[in-house]
Design a protein around this ligand. Structure first.
Ligand code: MG
Length: 216
């Protein structure tokens, strides 16, 4: 029986990489530099996410095949101990959900690998030959406040569930007011604003089961 919802960020949390930066890297160093700067500004809270979202995708225009490559990269750079931590969490009633501002075709293989059926990530469109054909600009995680919005919708369907969010970025920290416990994650990147403002902070998924246990 599900008694808790465990929302997990993907980039720099479940996996060491930022998928959008890795897609940009496929376009060369100039594109990478421009995209990485935009990502950093958004995750540090210096620029609204909706402003960087379309800009980055217009610079990259990732194909279906390139998204598959990044999907494999997420798997190769998966956070140490995450599968074991999720198994432990499931045994005591937590349902893991990926809540990502990344791209669904990139995130899906990692979700499958971890046995996570519920994935919130931004859908991309491709043409019949697999070329980039746009993104879902209405999807909540393309903007600030998108992650809390998705969590609120889940809470409405499971009003008695405990709700936890784990993530490294400011878009994750935005969920703190709508969850029972926000856990900052610094296993790959420590972002000052998140370190300072997180009520709980971990550097490894091996620390997660004990915290979840203390919440029940
Ligand atoms: Mg992240």
């Amino acid at each position: 029986m599900v008694s808790g919802l465990l929302f997990l960020d993907c980039d720099s949390t479940l996996s060491a990489v930022e998928g959008v930066d890795e897609l940009a890297r496929l376009r060369g160093p100039d594109c990478l530099e421009r995209v990485a700067r935009l990502t950093d500004e958004a995750m540090a809270g210096d620029m609204p996410i909706h402003e960087v979202f379309g800009k980055r995708l217009d610079l990259i225009r990732p194909s279906r095949g390139e998204c598959e490559k990044i999907g494999n990269l997420y798997l190769k750079t998966i956070a140490p101990g995450v599968a074991a931590a999720l198994d432990q969490a499931r045994r005591v009633g937590w349902l893991p959900v990926i809540l990502s501002g990344g791209f669904l075709p990139c995130v899906a293989p990692l979700a499958r690998h971890l046995g996570i059926a519920d994935v919130a990530a931004v859908p991309l469109c491709f043409d019949e030959s697999g070329g980039y054909a746009g993104f879902d600009g209405d999807y909540p995680t393309t903007r600030n406040g998108g992650k809390p919005e998705i969590i609120a919708a889940w809470r409405a369907t499971r009003p008695t569930a405990r709700v936890v969010m784990v993530g490294d970025g400011v878009s994750d920290l935005e969920t703190a007011p709508v969850v029972d416990s926000f856990i900052g994650f610094g296993g790959f990147v420590r972002r000052a604003k998140v370190v300072e403002s997180s009520p709980r902070y971990i550097d490894s998924f091996s620390q997660l089961p004990a915290i979840l246990g203390s919440l029940r």
